[in-house]
Write a protein that binds this ligand. Structure first.
Ligand SMILES: Cc1cc2nc3c(=O)[nH]c(=O)nc-3n(C[C@H](O)[C@H](O)[C@H](O)COP(=O)(O)OP(=O)(O)OC[C@H]3O[C@@H](n4cnc5c(N)ncnc54)[C@H](O)[C@@H]3O)c2cc1C
Length: 464
């Protein structure tokens, strides 16, 4: 059974892991060459230092829809209006999110309609090569790209090896592009979900003072075949991180469901220990919709300080709220999710503050569509006299959402990107269904997006 107290206890001791690692004979591969700076492209206007000094006293705003939608033609704007209007209808979304995966599996001819609507809005293309035109267009506005090979839900050793190869191909491609400093990966892309779940469960029963201790102790309890399988997972992860380190592309490890997340965290922390000595190559994702994650962020920082590596973190609120709550209720354990939206917001903003206050040791990616959180981050940077293009602070929004934030941040000189997934339609359906869910609530993202699109249509004197 999932025990939240375990989470808190385990995090309290995360910084003791140095001793544990040494005891358990973990071999830390030293990089043969020191890192150079990761390839962070500075937006054009930022070369003017005076402009920065000036902007440090100005108020950043996300209200300018002319900037937000300058890249969209009238036709594209109308299409976006139609899509977000549809996503504002909860019943339709409920029906669609059930029918779409089923229809695709059943081979019904629905790909065309998905491709020209929700796929076009949120996904960069079916292949890596197809993303290049989107990336080029974003570059024109000084917007960078986090490339995401968005295939989910494939299992089996062949599929896992193929995913590893694809991640490396994406890294190598990103390294040749001027505005793709990061790629994102999911550990479930190359590890069996039930193995991650088993390891996670064993970590809870083998709690011994630190996340890493529990991890190694849990590994001992796997049977021979599982141990071999896990070795292959670690090797895949190492191969991906090594390719990223060699090409100076950042690896963002996505956060997933709580019942596998300790395994993912342990693996990611070990990779940071190995690859983040001088620059952040590997980033963990912290979901602040969990009530225990602010503490986890603090403890991760302590571990990074003790082990002398740069803590790479992507701060998100979290995308699996309904699923988490449902499972907790079904299995009868306390929900890991915050009691209210306000508490998620409070912890998110505290997380942002913590990272900016410890920016010498943390490289942070503020991944949010929440205007207040983004504004607070900018204000904090200004208050602390940090330039808005500071190399340790990056902002990001999902492709297809919150263009008003992305394009205005870019205009203000911040380092900002779109998270751009790609993959065959049938494989990115889970991602699309999460976007539809996220956008369906009347008071949520859809009404914000729709309001902005309407404002821009009105400004252009176009009827929707
Ligand atoms: C670049 C990028 C990378 C991402 N990577 C990941 C990832 O690795 N893993 C992941 O899980 N998500 C990830 N996300 C998705 C992200 O979690 C959602 O986009 C995000 O939750 C939406 O929140 P927001 O910060 O945009 O702000 P808002 O729209 O202000 O917040 C909405 C969020 O608040 C939380 N919330 C809403 N109601 C409540 C409530 N009643 N109680 C408690 N909390 C509530 C939920 O998390 C909800 O999604 C990523 C997003 C971006 C932009």
């Amino acid at each position: 059974m999932y025990d939240c107290r375990f989470q808190i206890e385990i995090q309290r001791n995360i910084c003791k892991w140095l001793f544990t690692i040494q005891q358990l004979n973990h071999s830390t591969t030293q990089l043969s060459q020191p890192f150079n700076l990761l390839k962070i492209q500075l937006p054009q206007p930022l070369n003017n230092f005076n402009l920065f000094l000036h902007r440090m006293n100005e108020t950043v705003s996300f209200d300018d829809t002319a900037i937000a939608f300058a890249h969209k033609t009238d036709k594209e704007l109308k299409e976006a209006h139609f899509l977000f209007s549809m996503m504002g209808k909860p019943l339709l979304v409920q029906l669609g999110t059930r029918l779409a995966p089923w229809s695709i599996k059943a081979g019904l001819p629905v790909k065309g309609i998905i491709r020209s609507t929700i796929f076009k809005q949120f996904v960069g293309g079916e292949t890596l090569e197809e993303t290049s035109s989107v990336a080029k267009k974003l570059a024109e506005s000084n917007v960078q790209v986090i490339l995401d090979y968005g295939v989910e839900g494939k299992e089996g050793e062949t599929a896992f090896d193929a995913a590893q190869q694809e991640f490396i191909r994406v890294i190598q491609y990103a390294a040749t592009q001027p505005n793709i400093p990061y790629i994102s990966i999911k550990v479930t892309g190359f590890a069996r979900f039930s193995l991650l779940e088993k390891l996670d469960e064993l970590m809870h029963t083998h709690y011994g003072g630190s996340l890493i201790f529990s991890y190694y102790a849990a590994l001992e309890s796997l049977d021979h075949a599982e141990k071999e399988e896990w070795k292959r997972v670690v090797n895949r992860m190492k191969a991906v991180c090594a390719a990223a380190a060699a090409t100076k592309v950042g690896i963002l490890v996505d956060a997933e469901e709580t019942w596998i997340q300790d395994s993912v965290d342990a693996l990611t922390m070990l990779m940071m220990d190995e690859y983040n000595a001088r620059q952040a190559v590997v980033y963990n994702t912290i979901q602040l919709y969990r009530h225990d994650r602010l503490l986890f962020l603090h403890q991760s920082y302590e571990a990074a300080t003790e082990r002398s590596f740069i803590l790479g973190v992507k701060l998100v609120r979290g995308a699996y709220m309904e699923k988490e709550r449902r499972r907790a209720a079904e299995k009868g354990y306390a929900s890991p999710i915050q009691p209210s939206k306000e508490s998620s917001d409070k912890d998110y903003n505290s997380g942002v503050r913590f990272c900016i206050e410890h920016i010498d040791q943390i490289k942070v990616i503020i991944a949010s569509h929440n205007e207040e959180s983004n504004l607070k981050a900018v204000e904090l940077m200004q208050q602390r006299g940090l330039p808005l293009h500071h190399p340790q602070v990056h902002f990001s929004q999902l492709y297809g959402m919150s263009d008003n934030i992305t394009y205005n941040l870019a205009k203000w000189g911040c380092s900002v990107s779109k998270y751009l997934p790609f993959g065959p339609i049938k494989d990115v359906v889970p991602y699309l269904m999460r976007r539809a869910q996220e956008n369906k609530s009347v008071g949520g993202q859809t009404s914000r997006e729709l309001g902005l699109i309407k404002k821009e249509l009105k400004r252009r004197s176009i009827a929707a």
